[in-house]
Design a protein. Structure first.
Length: 70
């Protein structure tokens, strides 16, 4: 049995800096009752990368593709 390992790049943990919190809010649905996903918190370690990736993620997860394609 394998032992779980820590992520190579750990997700950010709250409290977030204002710019990070603003970016994370854009990734999540309005009023989401759950914290931002670990993937989004990891990408937000590099704010320009997170901002560039959000558009691509929105495109893939948007209504342009059927649920089977997502």
């Amino acid at each position: 049995m394998e032992t779980p390992t820590a992520p190579r790049i750990a997700p950010l943990e709250p409290p977030f800096e204002p710019a990070i919190a603003e970016e994370l809010a854009k990734w999540m649905p309005p009023g989401a009752p759950v914290p931002p996903l670990g993937l989004f918190r990891t990408l937000s370690r590099n704010l320009p990368l997170a901002q560039a990736t959000r558009g691509l993620g929105s495109y893939f997860l948007g209504r342009r593709f059927s649920p089977g394609m997502r």
